[in-house]
Design a protein around this ligand. Structure first.
Ligand SMILES: Nc1ncnc2c1ncn2[C@@H]1O[C@H](COP(=O)(O)OP(=O)(O)O)[C@@H](O)[C@H]1O
Ligand SMILES: [Mg+2]
Length: 183
């Protein structure tokens, strides 16, 4: 365990369906890393849509723009020594690849974590009531139901949260960071 802050940052992108567990894992991991003296930011998709991406909708183009903006901010943070945790759906592989390429260009670590909770489990959790609203016909374009989700083919880690506690999932991401020498 490290007790002093290190200069090496990274982006950890948690991609997955709504209610997969992205925010929960990012917050738990963030608290642990902060407690250990690391500089940490959590760039949560829901919060960012209220400012950096306010005005954007959920079309393919707008979803991509949202992901590129967040990817830019995260790369800047990570390049400057922050562990940037990004719980954002990012449904399209080409959007995520562009963010990865931006990081590679500056030699900044980028780790993709697939929070691979099956849609049946997500719709049962339904933290924000989106699945119920879609089923009731009050909402269309829900990722994983009537909007695409392209699972990563090359994730650094795949989490099966339906078989783990939130703590276990967060610890698995921590272990990945440790394995890469980032904590
Ligand atoms: N292993 C796990 N990891 C993360 N969340 C889990 C896990 N097991 C159960 N959950 C629950 O699933 C829900 C996930 O909600 P949230 O983190 O808001 O999802 P997302 O940000 O992906 O939309 C929370 O209620 C959380 O307690
Ligand atoms: Mg969330």
């Amino acid at each position: 365990m490290t007790t002093t802050a290190r200069a090496q940052g990274a982006t950890v992108w948690l991609t997955g369906l709504p209610s997969a567990g992205k925010t929960t894992i990012a917050r738990l991991l963030g608290d642990r890393l902060t407690g250990e003296g690391h500089r940490v930011e959590v760039l949560d998709g829901d919060e960012i849509r209220r400012f950096l991406s306010s005005g954007l909708g959920f079309s393919r183009a707008d979803r991509n723009t949202n992901v590129q903006r967040i990817g830019l901010v995260s790369e800047v943070l990570a390049r400057n020594g922050v562990l940037s945790l990004v719980p954002v759906i990012a449904p399209y592989a080409d959007s995520r690849d562009a963010v990865r390429a931006r990081h590679e260009k500056s030699g900044t670590p980028y780790l993709e974590v697939h929070v691979a909770t099956p849609v049946e489990v997500c719709s049962e959790r339904d933290v924000k009531g989106l699945y119920a609203r879609q089923a009731a016909g009050d909402l269309t374009g829900l990722t994983g139901v009537d909007d695409p989700y392209e699972p990563p083919a090359d994730a650094a880690l795949v989490l099966r949260t339906q078989e783990q506690s939130p703590r276990e999932s967060a610890d698995a991401v921590y272990a990945l960071l440790a394995d890469r020498g980032l904590v």
